[in-house]
Design a protein around this ligand. Structure first.
Ligand SMILES: C[S@@+](CC[C@H](N)C(=O)[O-])C[C@H]1O[C@@H](n2cnc3c(N)ncnc32)[C@H](O)[C@@H]1O
Length: 282
């Protein structure tokens, strides 16, 4: 009985982390989730019996413990299942496009980060005099003036949303702005720097995106994935107002692992002010 209890406790308190550990395969995570459901429900049954037994024996302690136990185990199970469902969510590109089309006309009204943070991001991204930059998911082109300030040689930009692209095209005449899907796009030339700023969680297939962008970079070129706020803040903003078009931003180490087949990862920063991962193409 003691051993059974011990195993049950392990399943209920350790398995939630395993269910949502992205380093583990989908199939194994599903098995952990199934075991967690079975064991949690067994425990709920045991606690329900405690309530029943306590009432029968006129013992107030057992029903209280039983109710607390049921609440704790159900809370843990539901929280884990919700996180698992979230991690399995597949974004739909049409929905993403329409969502950002609707926001395009007000996008520039709210600056998302201050100049100091953007400068720090660009300083770490190799955006210097004479480079050819590809801005992925450029939106209305918020970074274009910053590229110009640094005297880049050329600015090419891609965005899925036609309405965002319309505005970006009018921002500065020097930029070549293309409406397209960055997970599939290809170019005849290669770039020195690729920037994905404030956009990574909106891509349904991050691995495909990274692999595709690695083909657009020169050897020695830099890919930057950055946000002008903390991961925690960003995930909260997305949860509140853009859940259907956003995945959770991966931990910076997790993103570094995604980059590693094609890039030497140079910098990973994830702090209260920003999130930044850069890699140099091998
Ligand atoms: C949060 S906005 C950020 C825009 C801009 N980088 C900024 O910081 O203001 C995300 C952008 O990603 C674009 N996007 C989403 N999925 C995309 C895809 N598959 N290919 C290209 N752009 C995409 C959206 O259209 C949207 O403009």
């Amino acid at each position: 009985m003691g051993l059974l209890d011990f195993l049950g406790d392990i399943v209920v308190f350790v398995f939630p982390d395993l269910v949502n550990d992205k380093k583990i395969s989908h199939k194994t995570r599903k098995i952990f989730l199934a075991l967690l459901v079975i064991v949690s429900l067994c425990y709920v049954g045991i606690f329900a019996f405690c309530i029943f037994w306590g009432i029968k024996k006129d013992n107030i302690v057992l029903p209280i413990l039983g109710i607390l136990g049921i609440l704790l185990y159900l809370y843990r199970l539901l929280k884990t299942a919700k996180e698992y469902k979230e991690s399995q969510k597949k974004l739909d590109k049409k929905t993403v496009m329409e969502f950002f089309d609707n926001f395009a006309h007000i996008w520039d009204n709210e600056p998302v980060a201050d100049k100091e943070i953007i400068d720090t991001i660009l300083d770490n991204s190799g955006i210097v005099n004479g480079v050819n930059v590809l801005d992925i998911a450029c939106g209305t082109g918020v970074l274009f003036p910053y590229y110009l300030e640094r005297n880049v040689n050329s600015i090419t930009a891609v965005d899925l949303s036609p309405e965002m692209v319309k505005i970006a095209k009018n921002k500065i005449p020097q930029a070549n702005v293309i409406c397209g899907d960055a997970e599939e796009i290809s170019f005849d030339t290669s770039f020195d720097c690729i920037m994905i700023y404030n956009a990574f969680p909106h891509f349904p297939n991050p691995q495909t995106l990274i692999e595709n962008l690695s083909k657009c970079l020169s050897v020695g070129g830099k890919l930057t994935i950055a946000h002008g706020m903390s991961k925690k803040e960003l995930d909260e903003v997305h949860k509140k107002s853009a859940g259907k078009v956003s995945n959770i931003l991966p931990e910076s180490e997790e993103l570094a692992n995604l980059l590693s087949p094609y890039f030497n990862v140079d910098i990973t920063i994830s702090n209260d002010e920003m999130y930044l991962v850069t890699g140099t193409k091998r």
